[in-house]
Ligand binder design. Structure first.
Ligand code: MN
Length: 230
């Protein structure tokens, strides 16, 4: 029997609607600029979306409070449809890509915008902007293996609507995202993909009650807590 020199860090997991069994999360992928109106609000030309990643400790299952991370005074919300993969593969066609879909969730791609903007300005990798503890809160997973073509996607802060769009505005729909991603990286069961955000991104502040929702998929509530460094 294999033994380790210390206990491996526990695997992260998400709850699944309708069962007590958990969805074990492997890699966390994200799509950048998959909604034209968000690309525009960030000052970018409309071009093909692209991928980046968040580390395992970014995942925060629903029900948690989000503590403001260090080194930032401008953490911003990006509500996103999250697709959870139940199978893996490489170089997948659109038809093959669709068969990987296990279910969907509602996520928020939290971003230290100040650190990201600094990295962009210096042409450096933007990991510090996108990767920190609990930078990827996600709702329960709704098992559903179809392509989501049309669903309102929304984020409110203290009851006020900040982001409102529809997943039909995505430049790459879900099967295309999975197919494209599989040409860059080997996909495995348990991988989850944040599929991009509509316009209206902005700052969250300590004390805020954030509610992200997608029609027919679910809702994710987040309470923002301050730290001593900001
Ligand atoms: Mn995003």
């Amino acid at each position: 029997m294999t033994t380790f020199v210390f206990e491996p860090t526990a695997l992260n997991a998400l709850s699944i609607l309708g069962t007590k069994r958990l969805f074990p999360v492997n890699q966390i992928y994200c799509v950048g600029r998959n909604y034209a109106d968000h690309a525009k609000e960030m000052g970018h030309e409309i071009e093909a979306p692209f991928f980046f990643m968040k580390p395992a400790y970014s995942l925060m299952p629903e029900g948690g409070s989000f503590t403001y991370p260090p080194l930032s005074e401008d953490v911003q919300h990006e509500v996103e449809l999250v697709v959870a993969l139940g199978a893996g593969g490489s170089n997948l066609s659109l038809t093959e890509a669709k068969t990987l879909i296990y279910g969907y969730g509602v996520g928020i791609d939290l971003t230290r915008r100040d650190l990201q903007s600094e990295a962009k300005a210096k042409s450096r990798p933007w990991d510090a902007g996108k990767s920190f503890l609990h930078a990827a809160p996600c709702s329960k997973i709704l098992p559903r293996n179809d392509d989501i073509e049309f669903a309102e996607i929304k984020l409110t802060i203290n009851g006020e609507v900040k982001q409102l769009g529809n997943v039909n505005q995505m430049i790459w729909r879900v099967p295309q995202i999975i197919s494209q991603l599989s040409t860059f990286f080997p996909l495995y069961p348990g991988d989850i993909i944040f599929t991009g955000t509509p316009s209206g991104v902005g700052k969250i502040n300590p004390g805020d009650d954030v509610v992200a929702s997608i029609e027919g998929i679910g809702e994710l509530k987040l309470k923002v807590i301050g730290n001593n460094q900001c």
